[in-house]
Design a protein around this ligand. Sequence first.
Ligand SMILES: [Fe+2]
Length: 554
Amino acid sequence: MSSTSGSAPWSRREWLLGTSAALGAGVLSGCDDAMSPTDAGSDAGTDAAVVDTDAGVTGPLPPRERSYATFEHGVASGDPLADAVILWTRITTGMPDAPSPASVDVDWAVATDRELSDVVAMGTATTDASRDWTVKVDAMGLSPATTYYYGFSALGGDSPVGRTRTAPTGAVERVRFGLVSCSSLGHGFFHSYAKLAQRADLDAVIHLGDYIYEYGTGGYGDRREYLPAHEAVSLDDYRERYAQYRREPALAEAHRQHPFIAIWDDHETADNSWSGGAENHDASEGAWADRVTAATQVYREWMPIRDHDGDPRQLYRKLGYGDLCDLVVLDTRIWGREEQAGSLTDPEVDDPDRQLLGADQEAWLLEQLRGSTARWKVLAQQVMMGELSGFPNPDQWDGYPAARARLLNAIQTDAIEDVFVLTGDIHSSWAFDLPLDPADVAYDPTTGAGSLAVEVVVPAVSSPGFPPALARAAAGFIRDNRSLHWAELTRRGYVVLDLTEARAQADWFFVGEVEEEDDGAEDHGASWATASGASHLAEALSPAAPRPDAPPLA
Ligand SMILES: [Fe+2]
């Protein structure tokens, strides 16, 4: 990429400043005012054409001659719709020479090219200390299934250029998602995020939770130190923790290259959380409700998720990918979960009314499944749904069997096909069929007869799985659990979920040791797929081929 004139390669800020008044771009507090330059009767292209368009360049852009100091935490995007996407950044305050304004106006622009010369939407947002200087814009008026590039300008500085992609509509041939969960900074580095950032052909990254961990330094992993050093409990604590995470180069780069669709697990609040408390919360840390309120505010400030007028804790939502996929994002943690039992033999486990999602979220989920006309109904959620003997865990769906039975019964009764469950939380890799009762002869693990859905459990980015000495325990689990096809218990990595009309395939990839800096190592762990109408996993011989026509990385 090269500049064709003596002006800075980065011309967007000047362009914005020179035209925003003429376009009538106003200032909105904490919101957006998306508008199309063409709507205002201006020729968007004339002032901006000072750089090459670089068509055909596929590598990352070289470093720019400008400072990222104003935007230390990078950029992010998320919750793509067919015509809109959330854009995110944060203004870094408190720098020695920086002004300390009460609020900052932040210009943003969305373009079809990496130089942001062909601007299709732009506006100005305002941020201040009340939202920790974060900026969240719902950029609207975009075209479906389109890769866009975006950036922000404020206080004389420009942000890194981000890349995002809108959802497709109508008949959709193929969708590819990256799947991740569980990044414990205390345990090391985030190689999986670095790998996903390099995959130019993903539609989005689905983050299944444990994006941060709440522990203090040494509380869970002693490879790296946390900020703050103590456990995150207060509003300021969570803000400092997210800020630390967003300075991680691999995570920042994954956010810069792909829209994220994120849902929390327990550690965004505290270990083994439920609606009324958490194993890692006690009265000395204040009221649980206050901690959830603080954690929720910070999650909404820092994550590129779409806000709404309702209860800010409500994160469950649906995102559509045309006729190919309805992505149903669920919260099994804070919204409606009853407290975990101490043991799977405790009487409350078998309460027929026992709730994991809560009655309202469960009813909403069943509505989404029954009403969906998409081929794949993908459920992005946290805890293992497959029934697992030999590993009693009251925190998983095994601790809420009535809730699982209600869901699977509805799938069976209403003949809902092609439900594909995504799971994080357990720092290991598993591939399940989901029959009503894995032990019943009505389920045949070879043909898949009797299976109602499938489940893919994704490995951790960096959190530890089973101890290495137990790596071979996977064979025992597979032997003792008829609906479990495959498991890998120790390695870190990620999954690519590749959807077509004919099949849904999950490809597991494993990375090198996270205690060390990334050496670039990656290997293919396994691939499991289900054919349309089968609701049953079968091993695939090789990963799905990358898309040949991936738009250039930012
Ligand atoms: Fe985790």
